[in-house]
Ligand binder design. Structure first.
Ligand code: ADP
Ligand code: MG
Length: 720
């Protein structure tokens, strides 16, 4: 540990500064991406046009163009120095998976040529038998295959070992069942497009482009010097510290938030941004976060499928660039107890170039009415499917964060702000519909305040907040893929939009109600039934927990409590109705997520026992011996000795030993199924781990500093 501290001094802090006059943004941005410009240059005209139609309108791809696209991609990649291609996919582990294949193939005459055909572009077959599948594939027919997702561009990944052509893919079983995070996201894109279009047509729009759904992802992370990182097996194996006494200085002084970025960190950020620009990731903001050692990076929002790939790239680029600067980038939701954890705010909206965001109030009465209707759809969706939404962010590491008074609670509610809440309240109470000019959609009385929101109207404690032209879902964990939450939002919103369209058709067509009246009536009905989910107060307060229970809102505090909502009957119904996930796919996901929860906790418990016994206990015993010997010597000399530290140390050492033994016997217990196992780990084992930690952390405060083996919180958080 002491060596680690002195080694920090030798860390690299220099880099090549980014300078837009030398590295022109147009040359830099997307220079490693097989983007529209490159495609137009490299593809035959007819092929380019056909591919564009597929990408932009979601039309089926013409298989005959695959060879031409593959040839162009190969030529481009080879000219840029690539040696391998890889189908990149997102298995249910939440990680990014890739398998590299060489372009080089023997020509049968002792030589070799570079090969890459249309069929290898379209379909890959990773030996993927060990990816989790939750029973969707038995091992003997373990072949899942990766299918080219041509809506996202291929790109070149550069690292110290070479350059690779990366092809974004979906990962499915031979029966077509989804084994990844991307496939259902793509299906949900289709659903929300269909349902939003249907409603827009009923509202009188005729020709418009595809309705997309967008994601703007704010990624938080911690940086720790690698010398410390590798002296902490809990950090590099479990991603979080299992021990560590509270430092004398924490985040109380708020001196880190938006403060000056430390030199080495800034060098790292600039390099990471340069890499991300090359990959076409539109990185926009960077700043210090609340906790010491914590930072945030956020790109501009994009189409969700692209934003999902880009977020995965951000996570891997941050990790790999941090290494070059002698640091480790931690994506875990709670690497350090007692200070803020990391989240991933997911800014969500739907719309397109013509409409902008459909959650944007707009300037005309027509746009406002439409906005209120889409907003009401979102409110209804979150109220009806709050538990499902909660389950989409459930994982062992996120449990440490949700509800920990720094992140939104596990109760799903919506923040609308006072102004918008007031408008909805007035409609709910039966505001009159006026302004019946032909063709103009209006809702509410003319006395309603103008809708554009005050941007300062912010609430940081709500899990789902309206922020002017989008909703910000703040419960996603920093290590999680955004796909899970995004596809749930798309699916439940689709269901509400479909409900509204049905209702509107019924009122207008069957009952001849005037459109304006019908729209107002529907908003009114929705708010009467669902405005319990709207909460503008302090989500961290104890009163809210009580109030939410009264309102009938679920509070699923832990992963084992939350996961069953993912395949509950109402969830299965909505997923199946909109063709996003089948019952079997959902069951497999729930089973995989439970398995992951169990594996995470078991690893942590084993590690905690091992560290307690082989690092902490020996250090404490050494010090105990020293103190005991000192006492004996002092007595021999006829002088009194200080017994306080020895007694305290011995008490905590005994506590540590017995907690470790108890944990060990808990690990050996057998369980009736994964759910029971998960609950037992959550409710019985975790509290004993906390107990073990308390003993260890007290020992840290007693044992002589030079004997303490693990880098401390203050060292990891403040030495940069
Ligand atoms: P803050 O920290 O104030 O919430 P940031 O600027 O860090 O804001 O992040 C806001 C994110 O929301 C960015 O990624 C931004 O591009 C994104 N965003 C802005 N407008 C929309 C929208 N209409 N839909 C989705 N995301 C959006
Ligand atoms: Mg935000």
């Amino acid at each position: 540990r002491l060596n680690a501290i002195s080694a920090v001094n030798n860390a690299t802090t220099t880099n090549k500064p980014l300078n837009f006059s030398e590295e022109k943004p147009t040359d830099l941005f997307g220079c490693n991406v097989f983007n529209d410009k490159v495609m137009q240059e490299h593809l035959p005209k007819a092929v380019y046009k056909s591919l564009k139609r597929t990408i932009e309108n979601g039309e089926q791809m013409d298989p005959s163009i695959a060879d031409a696209v593959a040839a162009a991609m190969k030529e481009w990649a080879l000219s840029r120095g690539a040696t391998h291609y890889t189908h990149v996919f997102y298995p249910l582990t939440g990680l990014t998976a890739e398998k590299h294949d060489s372009f080089l193939e023997p020509d049968g005459r002792g030589g070799a040529i570079a090969q890459f055909s249309g069929s290898t572009l379209i379909q890959g077959e990773p030996d993927a038998s060990s990816f989790p599948n939750g029973g969707l594939r038995t091992t003997f027919e373990a072949r899942g295959y990766t299918a080219w997702d041509l809506t996202n561009p291929a790109y070149l990944l550069e690292n110290d070992n070479g350059i690779f052509l990366c092809i974004p893919t979906a990962f499915v079983s031979w029966t077509g069942e989804a084994l990844d995070k991307k496939t259902p996201l793509l299906r949900s894109n289709q659903a929300v497009h269909t349902q939003a279009s249907r409603l827009l047509k009923l509202l009188g729009h005729e020709n418009f482009d595809r309705i997309q759904n967008f994601a703007g992802v704010e990624q938080e992370y911690f940086l720790v010097d690698r010398n410390f990182y590798f002296s902490r097996p809990d950090l590099y194996l479990a991603g979080r510290t299992l021990f560590g006494a509270k430092p004398a200085k924490g985040q109380e002084q708020d001196d880190h938030y938006f403060g000056t970025i430390p030199k080495r960190v800034l060098a790292f950020m600039i390099e990471a941004e340069r890499e991300l620009y090359k990959l076409g990731v539109p990185v926009k903001t960077r700043h210090n976060e609340v906790a010491p050692g914590q930072y945030e990076i956020a790109p501009m929002f994009e189409d969700s499928n692209l934003a999902n790939d880009h977020n995965q790239m951000i996570m891997s680029v941050l990790k790999s660039v941090a290494k070059r600067y002698g640091m480790a980038c931690l994506m875990h939701e709670k690497p350090f107890a007692g200070i803020n954890g990391s989240g991933k705010h997911l800014n969500y909206s739907i719309g397109n170039g013509q409409f902008g965001s459909l959650f944007d109030p707009g300037e005309t009465p027509h746009e406002n009415a439409q906005f209120l209707l889409f907003c009401a759809a979102m409110i209804r969706a979150v109220h009806k499917h709050g538990s499902l939404l909660r389950s989409s962010v459930a994982c062992a590491s996120n449990d440490h964060r949700l509800g920990a008074n720094e992140a939104p609670p596990a109760i799903m509610s919506i923040f609308l702000g006072d102004q918008l809440t007031d408008i909805f309240d007035q409609i709910k109470e039966g505001a009159e519909v006026t302004g019946k000019e032909k063709g103009i959609l209006r809702v509410g009385v003319d006395t309603l305040p103008p809708i554009p929101m005050d941007a300062g109207d912010r609430n940081r404690t709500s899990p789902f907040a309206f922020t002017g032209n989008r909703f910000e879902f703040r419960a996603v964990g920093s290590s999680q893929s955004i796909a899970g939450a995004q596809l749930v939002l798309n699916t439940i919103l689709s269901e509400s939009l479909a409900y509204i369209s049905d209702r509107l058709e019924k009122l207008v067509e069957d009952e001849s109600v005037e459109l304006n009246v019908a729209v107002t009536k529907i908003i009114q009905e929705i708010m009467k039934e669902h405005d319990n989910v709207v909460f503008n107060g302090d989500g961290y307060s104890e009163e809210w927990t009580i109030e939410a229970a009264k309102r009938g809102l679920a509070n699923l505090r832990t992963t084992p409590e939350a996961l069953p909502a993912l395949n509950s009957p109402s969830s299965v119904a909505v997923f199946e109705e909109f063709g996003v996930l089948s019952n079997r796919e959902l069951d497999s996901r729930v089973s995989i997520f439970f398995e992951q929860y169990i594996n995470t906790l078991q690893t942590e418990v084993e590690l905690a026992i091992k560290l307690a016994r082989t690092s902490i206990l020996p250090a404490a015993v050494r010090y105990q011996t020293e103190l005991a010997r000192n006492c004996l010597n002092m007595k021999e000399l006829g002088l009194g000795c200080i017994t306080g530290p020895l007694t305290k140390l011995t008490e905590n050492l005994n506590g540590l030993e017995s907690a470790a033994n108890e944990l060990e016997s808990m690990l050996a217990k057998s369980h009736a199924g994964e759910q029971e196992h998960a609950h037992s780990l959550c409710n019985e084992t975790l509290p004993v781990m906390t107990e073990l930690r308390e003993y260890a952390d007290k020992l840290e405060e007693i044992v002589a500093d030079d004997l303490w083996p693990l880098p401390t919180y203050q060292e990891m958080l403040f030495i940069k």
